[in-house]
Design a protein around this ligand. Structure first.
Ligand SMILES: [Zn+2]
Length: 119
């Protein structure tokens, strides 16, 4: 897994892992079927994780509408920049909308690769 990835991709990965955690927690609950109280707690926790994940997916949708759509100078695919600096969703190319921020929020080794997107 890349050290840096697009913010939207990161949140999406987090939401997906929450769904898995939710299912695992509910699955663990099945082992406690002799104790309805413990089973209910696990089931409820699982449902909470899945609801939280749905909420995060909704939030990604909101963020996507605010993100600036640009064409990546590196892979030439359309991607979304969230905030002033973000990574390309496809190739993890660092992208910035603000030239004054170049090299400030990324690791030093990305400095040379920083590119300014003309709007
Ligand atoms: Zn790219």
């Amino acid at each position: 897994m890349a050290k840096y990835s697009s913010k939207i991709n990161k949140i999406r990965t987090f939401a997906l892992s929450l769904i898995f955690v939710g299912f695992i927690v509910m699955y663990i609950g099945i082992f406690f079927r002799n104790s309805p109280l413990i089973m209910s707690i696990f089931m409820l926790l699982g449902v909470i994780f899945i609801i939280a994940s749905t909420g995060i997916y909704f939030w990604i949708g909101m963020l996507s509408t605010k993100a600036v759509q640009v064409v990546c100078p590196n892979c030439e695919k359309a991607t979304k920049v969230l905030g002033r600096v973000d990574m390309c969703m496809h190739c993890n190319e660092p992208l910035t909308l603000d030239a004054s921020l170049e090299g400030k929020e990324f690791d030093q080794k990305y400095n040379k690769k920083e590119k300014r997107i003309e709007q």
